[in-house]
Design a binder for this molecule. Structure first.
Ligand code: ZN
Length: 268
């Protein structure tokens, strides 16, 4: 009687485990678990106390230091932004100890990149690139347009603070781009949207209709706008142009897809 009760209890436990998606963790590869990437460790639902895992505790990521920033290159900075976005899309962001990061960065910052992106609430750039406190400078404005203040901020980020990469990241279904293609006029917004309108000329004439109803056109203008801003950065800042020509910094564009969370960085 006791044996059959035990068997019943075991069967019930297994049935609950299967029903709740609680599975025996696969052993993580040794080399993989030695890294700090949480993606490497098997997912272990908290509702499975009877399935212990030997996966070691994950070491939190830390903000860049003067030494780690100096060791980075424009290429490695871009690689980290790409890796960060992949972690975000996969739902495996790095573990961070934010209060500790606040303390660690209180007396100085050594961000490895400066990113210009849109004001849009659905594109919080540090989150979608899985970057933490002290990792990147972030400038955000509707339509990720350029102005003298943002250009000056980029000069500070690269020339004074040692950032290795400038990234300009637009996004799909952008309201600012829609406003620009429809020639919306509203207070101070009118001037901002006027900065985007030259990008419309870069989109082939056969892309029709040329208004916000055509999302393909809107997204093509967004991408053209990113390329235009990249060109303006080079043309309007002798300081950044010189750093780019010497290979001290890199310049990259990209588009964030609101429906997938993915940033597609331009090849050139
Ligand atoms: Zn936008």
């Amino acid at each position: 009687m006791k044996n059959s009760s035990n068997r019943l209890l075991l069967l019930l436990t297994v049935a609950i485990a299967i029903a709740t998606g609680c599975q025996s963790p696969k052993p993580a590869p040794k080399a993989c678990c030695a890294t700090s990437a949480p993606a490497c460790c098997p997912k272990m639902p908290m509702t499975c106390p009877f399935l212990a895992t030997n996966c070691p505790a994950v070491t939190p990521a830390v903000p860049p230091t003067k030494e780690s920033q100096a060791a980075m290159t424009p290429a490695s900075a871009l690689a980290e932004l790409k890796a960060g976005n992949s972690r975000f899309v996969a739902g495996n962001p790095l573990k961070r100890n934010l209060p500790a990061d606040v303390k660690a960065t209180a007396s100085g910052q050594y961000p490895f990149a400066v990113v210009l992106s849109c004001l849009d609430s659905r594109q919080p750039i540090e989150i979608v690139l899985d970057q933490g406190i002290g990792d990147i400078f972030s400038a955000r404005v509707a339509g990720n347009v350029l102005n003298d203040d943002i250009l000056g901020s980029m000069e500070f980020a690269c020339k004074v603070s040692g950032a290795k990469l400038i990234a300009v990241i637009g996004h799909s279904n952008c309201g600012a781009i829609k406003g620009a293609v429809d020639s919306v006029e509203l207070g101070n917004l009118t001037g901002l949207l006027g900065k985007i309108q030259p990008a419309m000329d870069q989109v082939p004439a056969d892309v029709q209709p040329r208004n916000s109803k055509n999302l393909d056109f809107v997204d093509k203008v967004s991408e053209a706008n990113v390329r235009l801003v990249m060109q303006q950065i080079r043309e309007r800042s002798p300081i950044l142009r010189e750093m780019l020509d010497k290979g001290e910094i890199g310049l990259v564009g990209g588009m964030y897809d609101l429906s997938t969370g993915e940033v597609k960085f331009f090849d050139k």
